[in-house]
Design a protein. Structure first.
Length: 98
């Protein structure tokens, strides 16, 4: 699945139109509401956060409230946890490619 600021939770087969929207300018309340929709959609899709491994390839703004709303499951992988912004994420990925 793919997290989207605009379309929320997408399956790999979903087709979408291009957009320019992030969570960066959203309030904490808006992000929390967005994340609750994500969690509800995960449940609809049968994703079990206590059985399925969840790998979040995104920044903290995208996963913080999702994990809070899921009850902080233990089988979560956060590869970019220590990356503070897209520049650090790109550097992290470049280092992994080498």
């Amino acid at each position: 699945y793919v997290l989207s600021a605009k379309y929320r939770l997408l399956s790999l087969d979903d087709e979408i139109s291009p957009y320019n929207e992030t969570l960066n300018k959203k309030t904490s309340k808006e992000i929390e509401e967005w994340s609750q929709i994500i969690v509800n959609r995960m449940k609809e899709e049968g994703i079990d956060p206590y059985k399925d491994e969840l790998i979040f390839l995104c920044g903290v703004k995208y996963y913080r409230y999702i994990l809070k709303n899921l009850g902080k499951p233990s089988n979560v992988v956060l590869p970019y946890k220590d990356c503070k912004g897209i520049g650090y994420i790109l550097q992290f990925l470049n280092n992994k490619l080498k």
